[in-house]
Design a protein around this ligand. Structure first.
Ligand SMILES: [Zn+2]
Length: 423
């Protein structure tokens, strides 16, 4: 590649040829399929993937990859946030002022944008002792932290800040499990919720991650330990909850544990606080984030005391229990072993083809034909030195992992076994 010249992001010029740009991916948006049926040159389906590349404290640029669905998906899953990559022979074009597409990409320092085409550009891993030099940019905020606002200001000025983009430095207080939901378009997608706080208010704010790369990274976030700089989160009024919330949008860049003096201060403050519960009683946390341990006797005494709670109060106890499985109901004649739930509202349905009975749900009201989730649902009794915990449920992803078996496979096995029983 004698004619290819290595260019730092800050030296790029429009229409430059044969460039190689090395940098670390600091943000990656889910790849998307675009129907181009009406384009006479590119008839058919193509895919697009958008990411942000950084090669110095000051310099970062947005890049867009175009190609076949297979090609783009392969790149999207190979090159993740934190990959140090070489972008070869991308087209360098000037960003236009007032370009409506700028709303959907992060604010970057480069006046240019990179476009990679399957047939003329290349992206590959950069393997050199220099890689570590790039990795430190992952912990540097992409905007001046001096311009950040605080949660108290956002919560008290929801009307004036409505639809505005803000930057915040916050401590993670809760991280949920990844869960599957059905979008308004009727498609299944994975999301993960998390909650954050800062030193200006006792309230926490919940946010949702939709991009699979952020969802993956959040698996390592620890409550009261992980500090995030959120650049360009949007203040949105939630009609349902009748309050302002913060939303991660395509413009947002999340910097984990930013290298700032304020990061240490905020972490120190949150570590001295008692555990902060999720604002939602039904939120299920990422199991990796639970550290508190309990013996069974402590749990049973909490449960007994909980029976004096008002009837509509729900107790949630998030602890690690080290216990033996004393009994497990895997009887094939147990009809509850495999259960079906509506993918949207999560209500139990009697059969996999049935709609839920929830009239507020698009599947229950008949607007859409039902999409149900099949799940394993096993009754388990646990035992440790201090006592028995009877009637535990091992279900969904945890059950599939425990049995190394998907719900669909167990269901088909289950049918074989039950037919042998009946014949
Ligand atoms: Zn439903």
């Amino acid at each position: 590649m004698a004619n290819v010249s290595r260019q730092p992001i800050c030296t790029l010029e429009p229409k430059m040829q044969n460039t190689i740009v090395i940098g670390v991916i600091i943000r990656s948006q889910n790849s998307k399929i675009i129907e181009l049926a009406r384009d006479r040159f590119n008839a058919g389906t193509r895919a697009v993937w958008n990411f942000t590349l950084r090669d110095s404290f000051n310099d970062f640029i947005n890049a867009t990859v175009w190609g076949t669905v297979e090609y783009v998906n392969k790149l999207f899953t190979t090159f993740t946030i934190g990959s140090v990559v070489e972008v070869i022979n991308a087209k360098v074009t000037e960003r236009k002022i007032n370009d409506p597409n700028e709303v959907y990409v992060p604010s970057v320092t480069s006046p240019f944008t990179l476009t990679l085409n399957q047939h003329s550009s290349l992206i590959q891993m950069h393997n050199s002792p220099n890689t570590a030099r790039y990795l430190k940019f992952l912990n540097m905020p992409t905007k001046d932290p001096g311009g950040a606002t605080n949660l108290n200001h956002i919560l008290n000025n929801s009307e004036t800040l409505k639809n505005e983009y803000v930057d915040v430095l916050v401590a993670v207080t809760f991280v949920s499990q990844t869960r599957e939901i059905v979008t308004r378009m009727g498609e299944m997608t994975k999301i993960r919720e998390f909650e954050v706080g800062d030193d200006t208010t006792d309230q926490t704010v919940s946010l949702t991650l939709w991009e699979s790369e952020w969802i993956r990274l959040a698996d390592k976030w620890e409550p009261k330990q992980t500090i995030l700089f959120l650049a360009d989160v949007q203040v949105v009024f939630n009609e349902k909850a009748k309050k302002s919330i913060l939303t991660i949008v395509r413009k947002t860049i999340i910097t984990e544990n930013p290298m700032l003096k304020e990061t240490e201060e905020l972490r120190f403050q949150f570590q001295r606080k008692p555990d902060i519960r999720s604002t939602s009683l039904y939120a299920v946390p990422n199991p990796n984030s639970i550290t508190k341990q309990m013996m069974i006797i402590e749990i049973t005494s909490r449960l007994n005391n909980a029976s004096v709670l008002p009837s509509n109060d729900r107790m949630q106890l998030l602890v690690v229990v080290r216990a033996m499985v004393d009994d497990m109901n895997l009887d094939c004649d147990d009809p509850t072993l495999i259960s079906y739930r509506c993918a949207k509202c999560k209500r139990l349905v009697s059969d996999e083809k049935e709609s839920c009975m929830n009239l507020e749900c698009p599947f229950g009201s008949g607007i859409k034909s039902p999409i149900n989730i099949t799940s394993i649902n096993v009754l388990v009794n646990l035992k440790d030195d201090t006592g028995y915990l009877v009637g535990c449920r091992l279900r969904d992803a945890a059950a599939e992992e425990a049995f190394s078996c998907s719900a669909d496979i167990m269901r088909s096995e289950f049918k074989i076994v039950s037919s042998t029983y009946t014949t």
